[in-house]
Design a protein around this ligand. Structure first.
Ligand code: ZN
Length: 401
């Protein structure tokens, strides 16, 4: 089987035009935006031209189906509000090229997946979480984005494309290529990472409510200032989490909505995101306990009302040994000494798909470890190496199950 590197890069650059940010190779293609839907329709056309049957499911996950039972490969084509050209897109376009090349060579059947809202405008890897049965559709429909739009409303923008659910039983396994989004491969001058496991994640929203008042006339000792309490919470949390975490554990307050957000008003309410990740389920729970307890104590000390949203999360997931071995053997053949096995600190659709079938992931380097930013990039030589390694692994990936 002969993959066509030129055709693969041309498709990647064509996909980049949907939602091109105008800054470097950046894209703005959040789930269900006009650019996202247009990109999915274009990809459906490419699948059709490659002899695959393009099918959208209920929520806009796009599949390019090979006939009969097949290996499934892919990722997602939605982006963060400010994203790069390769996050997700690489895995979808690589799957397309592999599916096309194997069909041309009369090789084993490969289908393509392009999951919706991997970047979590609404939840956490929403499209694949629904497909894998881990997030019920009625629950998903009630999720809202940070502007208050519901998932149900957002997905109605794709209603004209939506079809029946795709039966996972038609696939023998799932393989996702993705950029690393971290610094390790690039810093080590390595070309390929074979993922051993994907960390688990917990995500919720916390609200603290005090008293909104005049910023000039309210004495400091009388204030119940939501920002000051958030600040105290964050300091206490960093201190206390140190006792339960490892160097791989991470936690982030990434979105803060301070009400009403004016220079001359003591803010009365703050709603903020609280997210944490770790490779161990027990440690995720211990971190949760510390977060809840710290918030409760800080709120009580300062006379604030406290509420927690429901919690979204995904468990840590190990990648399939047979598929991993196939990727490792191909990397050893093509780039000996320039590949490694590694954990994924970023979440991926493979986490969800692993609940349905054997799943594995392969990383290529991210220049400077930058992602979720317009500056995200990978050397084209590394993109092509990734394609070659995947093509070399394909017969074993198809045989593994
Ligand atoms: Zn991604």
């Amino acid at each position: 089987m002969q993959v066509n590197g030129e055709r693969f890069l041309k498709d990647l650059h064509a996909l980049r035009q949907f939602g091109a940010s105008g800054v470097g190779k950046g894209v703005v293609r959040p789930a269900y935006s006009g650019a996202d839907i247009a990109a999915r329709e274009w990809l459906a056309g490419q699948m059709d031209a490659a002899g695959l049957e393009p099918r959208f499911d209920t929520v806009g996950n796009l599949f390019g189906l090979a006939p009969g039972r097949s290996l499934l490969m892919g990722s997602h084509s939605d982006s963060q509000p400010e994203g790069g050209w390769l996050d997700g897109a690489l895995g979808v376009v690589m799957a397309l090229e592999i599916a096309r090349a194997t069909q041309e060579a009369g090789g084993p059947a490969v289908s393509v997946a392009n999951f919706q809202d991997e970047e979590g405008r609404f939840g956490v890897t929403t499209g694949s979480a629904i497909w894998s049965g881990q997030l019920p559709l009625d629950k998903a429909d009630r999720l809202t984005d940070s502007a208050g739009v519901t998932f149900a409303d957002a997905r109605s923008a794709m209603a004209h494309l939506a079809g029946e659910p795709i039966d996972p039983a038609r696939f023998t396994g799932f393989v996702e290529c993705h950029i690393e989004q971290g610094p390790w491969l690039h810093e080590a001058g390595q070309a390929i990472g074979v993922v051993t496991d994907i960390v688990g994640i917990r995500d919720m929203t916390i609200t603290l409510e005090g008293e909104q008042n005049h910023a000039g006339t309210t004495p400091m000792h009388r204030r119940r200032d939501a920002f000051q309490v958030l600040s105290a919470f964050n300091t206490a949390l960093n201190d206390r989490l140190r006792n339960v975490v490892t160097p791989q554990s991470v936690w982030t307050i990434g979105h803060v909505d301070l009400h009403p957000g004016a220079h001359s008003i003591v803010p009365g309410r703050v709603t903020f995101s609280m997210q944490w990740r770790d490779g161990d389920t027990g440690r995720l729970k211990r971190m949760e306990d510390v977060i809840r307890q710290t918030a409760t104590e800080v709120a009580a000390e300062r006379g604030m009302a406290l509420s927690f949203s429901g919690m979204l999360g995904l468990e840590p997931v190990a990648m399939d040994r047979g598929l991993r071995a196939a990727l490792g053997a191909a990397a050893q053949d093509l780039v000996p000494g320039r590949w490694r096995e590694m954990q994924s600190g970023a979440l991926h659709d493979a986490t969800n798909v692993a609940a349905l079938m054997p799943a594995a992931m392969m990383f290529v380097p991210s220049i400077g470890g930058i992602s979720h930013a317009f500056a995200e990039d990978t050397d084209e030589a590394d993109l092509l190496t990734g394609l070659e390694v995947m093509a070399r692994a394909l017969p074993d990936l198809c045989k593994a199950h």
